[in-house]
Write a protein that binds this ligand. Sequence first.
Ligand code: ADP
Ligand code: ZN
Ligand code: ZN
Length: 820
Amino acid sequence: MSYLEVILPLPLPGTFTYRFSDLLYPNPQIGARVVVQFGKRKIYTGIIHSVHNETPTNYNPKEILDLVDQEPVLTLQQLQFFEWMSSYYMCTLGEVINAALPAGLKISSESILSLHPETVIEDLDLTEKEQSIINHLLSGDIKMSEVNKILDIKSPYNHVKNLKEKNAIQVFEQVKDKYAPKKETWIRLSKPHATEDGLDSLSAELEKKIKQLDVLLAYLRLVPLLESPSSNEQGISKKELTQSAISPSSLKTLIKNGVFEEWEKTVSRLDGMKASGTQQINLSPAQAQARKGILESFQSKGTVLLKGVTGSGKTEIFISLIQDILENGGQVLYLLPEIALTTQIIKRLAKVFGDQFGVFHSRYSDNERVEVWQKIQKGEFNFVVGVRSAIFLPFNDLSLIIVDEEHETSFKQYEPAPRYHARDAAIYLASIFHAKTLLATATPSLESYHNALEGKYGLVRLDERYNEAILPNVTLANLVKERKQRKIKGNFSSALIEAIERVLEKGKQAILFQNRRGYAPYLTCQNCGFIPKCPHCDVSLTFHIHQNLLICHYCGHKSEMLSSCVQCNSQELKTMSFGTEKIEEELQLLLPNARIGRMDLDTTRSKYSYQKIIDDFERGDIDVLVGTQMVSKGLDFDHVELVGVFDADRMIHFPDFRSHERAYQLIHQVSGRAGRRADQGHVVIQTNDPEQAIFSHLKRQDYESFFNREILERQQFHYPPFYRMIRITFKDNEKQVAGNAAQFYSKQIRKQLGDMRVIGPVEPMIGRIRNQYLFDITVKFEKHGLNLTALKEFLLNSRNMLLSQQLYKSVKVIFDVDPV
Ligand code: ADP
Ligand code: ZN
Ligand code: ZN
């Protein structure tokens, strides 16, 4: 007997020991999946972490139930990467595995109920509900998950438990593989007919059977078997053949008569790219210079920051670097922020790389994810474009990771653990392979630019736009002044409206940026001041006019729009503030002829809706595109001449030490969508306070001067990048318990860390989400001189100590390392 250390997908620390028989399972591979029982009845898929012969002394390990894979699903590099992630981000290895493995590779177990073979049902004394379960079981086993449907009650478990105690039924776990390859029916001409002579005689035979002859001709149009004999071997999907207007029943007859043969084929779910993949890249002199700079910098640095202005053609430089690596047999991972995984960039890549690369993003189904995973493992994809979770894919020979728009916050995972930052994790991942990391953006995060200036990263600048396009001209619309002059209409300044009219007259397009979705962020009763709030969270409900609903943006709670005040019955409910829907509505009233599109979370929920809006805008079917931060990311349009920015003040004054950085990046980036071709673009920012310093930087699109000012504040007030932060959140459904737990914890750690390094506990801006009350402690500490590993261990131990107190058992403690 030998033992396995198994990683289970659970928020529990450490690995778990299981026995296995060398005879049954010779040579189990590290990284392969095993099925094991955990606790009394739970069954999990675990990953083999190591194999050994040390018999545990204090307990008797269970035997594994099954070994799933002969070959590992995880590589050794992945295991190393995951261990780093769990220790750096203070979570368990199981939580990392859980995030990393596509659901399709996790084998799940499900409880199955069946009649006990030795029980005489008639002898039992059963309740009505129990009897109805038994009645169903008489005609076959049922799944636990189906029992509530059958019984039409919410918690059937008691009835099931009773039946088990009465020995009427058995409950067992059934293990099932979630991933199923996709099958299609394919057709080909059977061998004897697939020659010139064969075809001649077949045609003669079918001369009178016109419909069948049509099928044959349709097939030959699609499969030119005389020119290329192997094409018949390959055949064609039945679906494709029947699309060419043939009679399905004639096809059926031909199959029955043995003229055609059909078989089941496993096909890929991944969208085949139709592009040819032959386009050549010609870098401009400035781009070629930047490319050279990057390669030189890689000689001595693992990570290089490419700071290239918007529209400088960074993608083009990436493409040329990627080509080199693929030619030398290496692998490349290209990371993009979430939804901005723009169809635009993928189309651009397909023109060069055809279908030789994988795409990995949040809209993919589990099965699609498994297929990308497998193709990387088999070496069919050496180049993958993906969102943050693509760092978990099974690369075995990475040479380069590109993190595009590296300043984007969507690279950070918030919920659930691991709360990792894909940019930072990418740098570690690259180091495992001795690969390089290229960070790119026009507006670097303060952290990355600081690292580059300090020499920790290489720095390459690209300061001109491609093709002599010039940066847009940025102006401010003074809302206070316009309000006095009564020139404002709704939320539009006259400056902005006139600018839009001018662009539309020229047949050009505009983008309007308001970083809030919905119609109005809150309602208020004019009579008593009542504001409808979410019953589960401490936030107001947002009014969505198209659905006529009030929606909580934190938990998704929906309720009917009110016709009168709940508190005083007054009908004077007023919508306050504004979101994208309201901008859209107001603009339509102001410019009845304008064709307006909207891009926000609400209009892009289905798989292709995002692509459709972009295509419509590209084609010129939309004149003005209104949207949230989605419109700011990496998009490249030919005819956008104007960008309008709403509510800049709210972004700037958001109470967070990063609010200026975020506001700067968002506004600079969205401005960068204007005038990317021949004519200079124009940006109008609406504000109540044009004197704010940030605007002077934005007007000149001058990141450096913004940075120089902001970095001083960070240094002065002890914030990143000079200090590190770990945020610790305490959650409980009783406010007092959460608050006291945070106090208790804070006292514990202050003793060791000193008052300067511990901030809080404080109630966060939104103190309750999904009925959980929240309190935050922030640990802030100098970057050098403190042992980070020891500190994290201390914080974890202090948590264990807290949770061992009877009072605080129910509290959830969450660590967020480097919160953003
Ligand atoms: P960035 O990501 O730096 O903002 P893009 O990569 O989107 O800029 O490039 C801006 C536009 O210029 C795109 O339409 C791109 O196709 C085009 N472009 C940039 N460089 C080249 C080049 N060398 N050859 C052809 N087109 C280019
Ligand atoms: Zn009221
Ligand atoms: Zn809510």
